[in-house]
Design a protein around this ligand. Structure first.
Ligand SMILES: NC(=O)c1ccc[n+]([C@@H]2O[C@H](COP(=O)([O-])OP(=O)(O)OC[C@H]3O[C@@H](n4cnc5c(N)ncnc54)[C@H](O)[C@@H]3O)[C@@H](O)[C@H]2O)c1
Length: 376
């Protein structure tokens, strides 16, 4: 193993980089595990300097190596002035998508980072890669080209692709020379404690498919390949429909203009270029705080059903031709896809390229738009 320092810049002092009580995401923790005393956290870029400073103080107070000299910079340019051409092993772009993925002065964060730090050896960008609809004016393709031209590994944080169970499915498909016939994804969200008004406003957050089901769409494309966007058909249950009334809302939805409110139930279907069919059901409907997600890949003679994807012990149910109706269960204890995702990126083999992420983004918008068109 190399003795060289591993030098990281975090963009965003928020939950994806530094953790939250609600979920397993926390990129800094994974880097600390991988690099220990070799880790040098050069700085955090975030306009909320007080938040960056508080995150650094927490690391120092906990005695974590690598944060004794960490800087807090309010802008990319302020950071560039200090860092100059010094070594940067990794930049993690964990700012909200509203500031990234485009060419406008509001959305050009990626382009400014690429210009300021051309020496960067690896990039990890968070999902979704943008927060405005795809267009030449918005400039998502320009950002894709810029990342492709930078010549170093670029990965996007669709960590479910890094699950061990996903490797197992891939391996069986390869070994048996199977052809994927269909993918089925379902994401049932527990809404009772989701109280951030922006999340319930599709004008502000792009809605639950672009924002949340995006992880399962990324997984769908991982197995199905390129989707045919004009094939997408979507039906929704909206807040105005009788079945769309929610009895456990934890905030006052009257604060959201009616035309901006999110669908409660989204059912979508599309075809892939290679001939398979994909589908997604997303529901804002469970009570309590435990979500229910499932992803299935179907091939001739085989079904693969992945459940508990967001837990530390995902389960895979496999049915094979020789097993009749019996299903084999494999539990993947202590799986940490966030760790695997970063390790794979640094090894030069990201599970999700920026191009893949852009494809996912395009399909999530196509699903949302098809639902709105159907209603109109
Ligand atoms: N892969 C996952 O499972 C996962 C989990 C959580 C969040 N995310 C993604 O990570 C991203 C950030 O989410 P979060 O939960 O950390 O949000 P957050 O609100 O906790 O933190 C975002 C931080 O970015 C800062 N910021 C705003 N504009 C900035 C700019 N121009 N430059 C630098 N920093 C800026 C904000 O001040 C804030 O401190 C989102 O895209 C989100 O979808 C992914």
């Amino acid at each position: 193993m190399s003795n060289e320092n591993f030098v990281v810049i975090y963009v965003g002092a928020g939950e994806i980089n530094f953790g939250s009580p609600e979920g397993p995401w926390n990129h800094s923790l994974r880097l600390e595990k991988s690099y220990g005393s070799r880790l040098v956290a050069l700085g955090i870029i975030d306009p909320d300097v007080a938040r960056s400073k508080a995150q650094i103080a927490l690391k120092v107070a906990a005695g974590i190596e690598g944060y004794s000299e960490t800087a807090s910079w309010p802008t990319v340019e302020a950071a560039a002035e200090k860092v100059g051409t010094n070594k940067v092993s990794l930049i993690i772009v964990g700012a909200p998508p509203h500031f990234r993925g485009g060419t406008t002065s509001k959305t050009n964060l990626d382009l400014r980072l690429l210009t300021a730090f051309p020496q960067t050896k690896n990039w990890l960008i968070e999902k979704p890669i943008s927060a405005v609809e795809l267009s030449d004016i918005a400039g998502q393709e320009t950002v894709l080209n810029a990342y492709q031209e930078c010549g170093t590994p670029v990965g996007v944080g669709y960590m479910l692709r890094a699950l061990k169970a996903v490797r197992v499915i891939q391996e069986i498909i390869r070994e048996k020379a199977l052809v994927v016939m269909g993918t089925q994804a379902r994401y049932y969200m527990a809404y009772e404690f989701a109280r951030k008004p922006a999340w319930w406003n599709k004008q502000a957050s792009c809605g639950p498919i672009v924002e949340q089901a995006t992880h399962l769409i990324s997984l769908s494309l991982f197995f199905g390949g390129k989707p045919i966007l004009p094939s997408v058909r979507t039906h929704t249950v909206e807040h105005t429909d009788a079945p769309g009334k929610l009895s456990k809302l934890g905030f006052d939805e009257a604060t959201i203009p009616p035309e901006c409110r999110i669908p409660r139930y989204t059912s979508s279907i599309w075809t892939y270029e290679k001939g398979a069919v994909g589908s997604l059901v997303h529901v804002v409907g469970l009570h309590g705080n435990t979500y229910d997600t499932e992803f299935e890949v179907l091939c001739d003679g085989y079904t693969f059903k992945l459940v508990d994807m967001y837990s530390s012990a995902p389960r895979l149910f496999t049915r094979r031709p020789e097993m009749g109706a019996e299903v084999e269960l494999t539990i993947f204890k202590d799986d940490d896809p966030f760790q695997t995702q970063i390790d794979a990126l640094i090894a030069g083999k990201p599970y999700c390229s920026y191009e893949d992420a852009l494809e996912t983004y395009a399909l999530t918008w196509a699903i949302r738009n098809a639902g709105e068109k159907e209603r109109a």
